[in-house]
Design a protein around this ligand. Structure first.
Ligand SMILES: C=C(O[C@@H]1C=C(C(=O)O)C=C[C@H]1O)C(=O)O
Length: 308
């Protein structure tokens, strides 16, 4: 266990999924604002990765166990994930440039910490944005492969898993006495995927920022419901440590405008020099199909594989 980061400070915060990895702040020496998008798309390919039958079977077996647990007990939803190691001939900076070029509407980042390593990502998911007394958060869940010119055919499984996230966030904030307004459910594109999203907005006092962040992480978009049961299932069954994947990161109390913009750390990788360890997962409910869940993680891996 590590000492928690003081959420009233200003800087770039990186927080892990679980408290057994350190959360830390990166304090800027200088902030440079880019005024135009000069990055050129280079090195973006359609990636193919071969994964072993054993890995597919292992993951499908994990999904099957989660579905069985959900059907017979308290657990309603759990987000399962897996790491994937892939070789790369690019430097971290080259990968970062490709992420920026390929995903202009995602939050793209690259950081290095001497004791933790180097991570990169292009996440489509906001944890929470605060601006003056207003905040905005999202419930993003449910995944389909994007098909140009088509309307997504959302099924009950995706609608249910997204609804669980919305209800959870609304209830967690309401318990703190915070009222929220919830938008209609919409489809959003993220790379080659579609997700379902609702936006929740409300007002908070500036001294509640830390409390709201703590109430929101981890939401059932990356962990599950009930929270404790999902955390236990993940710890006992997932078989690896997520580290910073499904944690959150971003600017906390940006001095100029007092803004905080935090993102859920998804579609990300740990850069290991000649290879990258990428992380992919998805929400499991009582009606999950193991083959579809496996394919969903394959589809999500494309976001990052394309730039390696
Ligand atoms: C866990 C991931 O994504 C999360 C899970 C989703 C799902 O279950 O459909 C969708 C978006 C994210 O909230 C991931 O990308 O690895």
């Amino acid at each position: 266990m590590y000492a928690p980061v003081d959420l009233t400070r200003s800087g770039f915060i990186v927080s892990p999924f679980r408290k057994d990895n350190p959360a830390f702040m990166i304090l800027p020496d200088r902030i440079v604002e880019a005024t135009d998008q000069t990055t050129k798309i280079k090195g973006v390919t359609t990636a193919e990765s071969t994964e072993s039958v054993e890995e597919a079977n292992r993951y499908k077996d994990l999904v099957r166990r989660a579905v069985q647990t959900i059907r017979k007990g308290n657990l309603k939803k759990v987000v399962l994930s897996r790491p994937m190691e892939v070789p790369t001939g690019k430097s971290a900076l080259e990968i970062f440039e490709s992420l920026l070029a390929a995903y202009p509407s995602a939050f793209c980042y690259c950081w290095y910490h001497p004791e933790v390593g180097c991570w990169l990502g292009a996440t489509p998911e906001t944890l929470v944005h605060f601006s003056k007394s207003e905040f905005r958060t999202v419930a993003l869940a449910g995944t389909l492969k994007k098909e140009e010119g088509k309307t997504p055919a959302w099924g009950p499984k995706e609608k249910e898993e997204q609804g669980i996230v919305t209800d959870y966030i609304r209830a967690a904030l309401s318990e703190m006495g915070i009222k929220t307004e919830t938008s209609a459910v919409e489809t959003v594109a993220a790379g080659s995927l579609w997700h379902l999203k609702t936006t929740l907005t409300g007002k908070v006092d500036s001294d509640q920022v830390g409390e709201v962040i703590r109430a929101l992480h981890p939401t059932p978009a990356v962990c599950g419901i009930p929270l404790k049961e999902a955390q236990n299932f993940i710890r006992e069954n997932e078989g690896y440590a997520r580290g910073y994947y499904t944690g959150y990161l971003g600017e906390l109390h940006r001095e100029k405008e007092g803004e905080t913009r935090l993102f859920v750390n998804l579609r990300c990788m740990e850069f290991l020099g000649d290879r990258a360890r990428i992380f992919v997962g998805g929400g499991i409910t009582a009606s999950s199909d193991e083959q579809k869940e496996w394919e969903e993680t394959r589809a999500k891996s494309q976001t990052v594989l394309r730039v390696l």
